[in-house]
Each structure stands twice: as structure tokens, then as C-alpha cells.
Design a protein around this ligand. Structure first.
Ligand code: MG
Length: 258
């Protein structure tokens, strides 16, 4: 079911989104070689709770879709490094220079969710890698720009796919954007590629998480033995950006910003 949110509900989602954006800014300042992903996650959780919000990911039961049984996500952030695309589990692993680090964060305020992600470049990387990261972010922004009332889900998908294809990037297909509200994942799905279907018409009050995932390879992925971490099958580097937006009569509004 696709729900349309009231102005008051969107304001609560904007508060949740602001917490998400603050955490991503905090991650950017704390991401240095030698720092463990568990430490970053602890900082993120502390910030979310200090803001009066709740981490959406902690305890989230989604692992069963890709693993052998229900499996709760154990942390407040997903931290995915290099060829990991999404859903990496924070732990004792430390950040190294020359890495791509993708951080995904969800926060709940008064029952309403915000969801956002960024890929950070740590130290120096090849121009090709920087291009991957820039293009993934630009694809997200192109998808957001296409999210106008009266347009269709397929317009968002096409805008994202066009940026990916222009750069020759692999587009990750099994994981897609989504509606968001009182649940982190609501209808409709927002694929990052054309599906052949126009999808529903976008209407004011609909809230979506738009989240392209591009790779330097063919885009095929698998789920690692931990039941969560999604990595590229060809070991190619991956990037992921995500904003939560609201469709309004005057255009799309990004909710995951400070
Ligand atoms: Mg999401």
C-alpha cells in the first residue's frame, strides 16, 4: 500500500532526516585510517540517541531474505567497504587509506523514519574511482529531480539508469529504493533501472528513499556468509548514495539534510 503523508508527518520525517544527515556529517569528520567501523557505529548510535531519535537498523529483521533464517541487524549503521555495496556490519575492521567507505544510516523520530547513505573516499584514489563515486551521487540527484508530482516511478528509474549507463557503470539491480514513512521499507519499490513498467504516478505526500548503487564492474552481487553484507561478485568497487525525499506540489524536497 502506498501512503501519502500529511504536512505534519513530513515534518517529523524531516526531523528524522536531519538526524541522519548529522550522523553522515559526523562520519565524514571521523573517517580516518586506523579507525574501526565499530567505533564509527558507536559514535553514530550515540548521536542518534542524543538527538532523541532511535536507530532504525538496530534489530531490523531483514537478513532472512538473503540468509538461512531471521537475522537481526546488530548495529545502527551499515558500513560497507570497497567491493561491499550495502549492509556491511560494523566491527573491529579498521579503515584504510585509499578505500571507499559507504555508510548507510536510519533514524526514527516519533515513529517516522529517515534513511540516507553516502560513499566516502578515504585518502587518494584513482580518477576512475572518484568518477564512480561522483556519478553515483549525480545519479541520485537526477533521480530526485525526476521525482515530480505527476511523473512516474519509471521516470526516477530512467534518470538514474541514464547516468549509470553514460558512465559505463554496473547498476546493482537486486536492491532498490523504496517508499518510507512509519516503516523503513514501504511501497513502492524504486528500481535504479528501467523495468518496462511505468510504475505508479507520483503524488504530493509520497515519501521515497532514492538510492542508486553503481560499481566499476558488471553490477552482479551476492550476500556474504554473515547473512547481510552485499558485495560485488566480480570484486569491483561499489558506491551508494541515498536521500529520503518528499514529493510536494512545488517539487521534490530532500528530507535527509541538515
Ligand atoms: Mg534505504
Amino acid at each position: 500500500m502506498i501512503t501519502r503523508k500529511s504536512a505534519r508527518e513530513i515534518e517529523l520525517m524531516r526531523r528524522a532526516g536531519r538526524v541522519v544527515a548529522e550522523v553522515l556529517a559526523l562520519m565524514e569528520s571521523e573517517l580516518k585510517p586506523g579507525v574501526s567501523t565499530a567505533h564509527l557505529d558507536a559514535l553514530a548510535e550515540r548521536h542518534i540517541r542524543a538527538a532523541g531519535a532511535t536507530p532504525s537498523f538496530k534489530g531490523y529483521l531483514g537478513g532472512r531474505r538473503y540468509g538461512k533464517g531471521p537475522k537481526a541487524f546488530p548495529a545502527s549503521t551499515c558500513i560497507s567497504i570497497d567491493s561491499e555495496v550495502v549492509h556491511g556490519i560494523p566491527g573491529e575492521r579498521t579503515i584504510r587509506a585509499g578505500s571507499l567507505v559507504s555508510v548507510d544510516v536510519g533514524a526514527i523520530v516519533d515513529g517516522w523514519h529517515g534513511d540516507g547513505a553516502r560513499t566516502f573516499i578515504v585518502g587518494d584514489v584513482a580518477a576512475e574511482v572518484r568518477g564512480l563515486v561522483d556519478s553515483t551521487r549525480l545519479a541520485m540527484m537526477a533521480g530526485i529531480a525526476a521525482a515530480k508530482a505527476g511523473a512516474r516511478i519509471s521516470d526516477i528509474s530512467a534518470a538514474i539508469e541514464d547516468v549509470g549507463m553514460a558512465g559505463g557503470y554496473g547498476i546493482v539491480r537486486p536492491f532498490v529504493g523504496h517508499g518510507i514513512g512509519t516503516d523503513m521499507h514501504e511501497d513502492p519499490q524504486v528500481p535504479n533501472y528501467r523495468t518496462g513498467s511505468r510504475g505508479v504516478e507520483l503524488q504530493p505526500g509520497m515519501c521515497l528513499a532514492i538510492e542508486p548503487m553503481f560499481t566499476l564492474g558488471d553490477g552482479d552481487v551476492y550476500v556474504e556468509a554473515d547473512g547481510w553484507t552485499v558485495a560485488t561478485a566480480d570484486d569491483a568497487l561499489a558506491a551508494h548514495f541515498e536521500h529520503t525525499i518528499a514529493i510536494t506540489a512545488s517539487g521534490p524536497q530532500i528530507l535527509t539534510k541538515v
